[in-house]
Ligand binder design. Structure first.
Ligand SMILES: [Zn+2]
Length: 385
């Protein structure tokens, strides 16, 4: 079949944008990619997580070390569609830019990975090692796709990982973890003139938040790449009538973790605070509904260096390597790997475009990444020989 043309490469992205995989329905993306890969002689497997959600895995190469290449298939909601200049699900090209939900985050990166795999396969340039595509579901919420890949052993023999999240201007090799925790308090409703007949759900929750904030001062360690941990109460609500004692209140926290103050520390910290403020009347529950660990690698490896070399060649810029505050699927894919593991986040699009109205990617950058990946992946593996 030969190499895909630029027009075909753009059409593939356009097809992917038209699939509304908004925090769900990744299985539709799987079907599309499976057919595309099959048309070029690459078999793939859909691993269902639910009726509408699935991961996709495909591999080329016979044996030897495995390079993992990964992208997520979900996108975030378009928000207020009226604010968009163009239909978010009809990819529109204007002045060399491709507009649409997911053009940057990260269907262009995903497409570039898949197409590079096709080009490598068709050109027969993979002479050593294997390339395994790990297309994930649910990256934008809790990372269930990446968690499933890890649990099912797909990462066990992977020796290096590229995630093509929008990061055309810098190569990321470390990032913080993230947690979302909901704390709910139950009380007993009563008329506010007779509070002894009820229990105010807000009261212990205020104490909880206050004590939690005070104690956070003791989280004094700072990671040399990632900086300090961050914790914020971002939601607080309770009560619905001014002359009634509220029977329910809740607060939510987002926490950004580092290896020195990791996710498990925060889980036990929340328990300690609960213990401190508990009384016979309090009914507080803690629900950690999202937890993705930090990723710490040193970046001191040939994958980072090679990405910089090829970045210079194909993107015509000196791409710096650095740590980032954002979270990727690496959080769950790399849980068993150590700091020497070669990991990069590098892909078309700018992170400032992610989740925005009028999200877009430069067409030329997207096409350049197809070429960059097509050359870099087999070269990286060959150099391991
Ligand atoms: Zn993303």
């Amino acid at each position: 079949m030969g190499k895909l043309t630029d027009a075909e490469i753009v059409k593939i992205l356009s097809d992917l944008i038209s699939i509304k995989s908004v925090n769900d329905h990744e299985i539709e993306v799987c079907y599309y990619l499976k057919d595309l890969l099959a048309a070029h002689g690459i078999t793939s497997k859909i691993i269902q997580l639910s009726e509408t959600r699935a991961n996709l895995v495909a591999e080329i190469g016979e044996d030897g070390p495995v390079l993992g290449i990964s992208g997520h298939m979900d996108v975030v909601s378009e928000g207020d569609a009226l604010k968009w200049r163009y239909d978010p699900y009809v990819m529109t090209e204007v002045d060399g830019k491709l507009y649409g939900r997911g053009t940057a985050d990260m269907k262009s990166g995903l497409a570039a990975l898949v197409i590079s795999m096709i080009h490598i396969h068709e050109a027969g340039t993979l002479t050593y090692g294997r390339i395994r595509l790990l297309a994930t579901a649910g990256e934008e919420i809790v990372g269930e796709g990446a968690k499933a890949f890890h649990q099912q052993g797909y990462m066990d023999d992977v020796c290096a990982l590229v995630i093509a999240e929008p990061s055309e201007d810098r190569i990321i090799y470390a990032h913080k973890g993230s947690m979302d925790i909901r704390v709910t308090s139950k009380g007993k409703a009563a008329h506010s003139s007779m509070p002894h007949l009820g229990f105010n759900a807000i009261k212990p929750l205020i104490q909880f938040v206050y004590n939690l904030d005070e104690g956070f001062k003791d989280f004094t360690q700072t990671n040399r790449l990632l900086g300090p941990p961050i914790m914020n109460a971002t939601i607080f609500k309770g009560g619905n009538q001014v002359n009634s004692l509220p029977e329910y209140a809740e607060t939510e926290f987002n926490i950004r973790t580092i290896p020195e103050h990791d996710n498990s520390q925060f889980i036990s910290y929340f328990k300690r605070i609960l213990h401190k403020i508990e009384s016979p009347d309090t009914q507080i529950t803690i629900d950690t509904y999202m937890s993705r660990p930090p990723v710490f690698t040193t970046g001191n490896n040939s994958l980072v260096k090679m990405a910089q070399t090829f970045g210079k060649q194909y993107l015509n810029t000196q791409v710096e390597a650095q740590a980032s505050p954002g979270v990727t699927d690496a959080a769950d894919l790399l849980v068993d790997k150590d700091e020497h593991f070669p990991f990069i986040m590098f892909g078309p699009g700018n992170v400032s475009q992610a989740h925005q109205v009028d999200e877009h990617v430069d067409k030329s950058t997207y096409l350049s990444f197809v070429k960059l990946f097509s050359e870099m992946f087999p070269t990286y593996l060959q150099n391991l020989k």
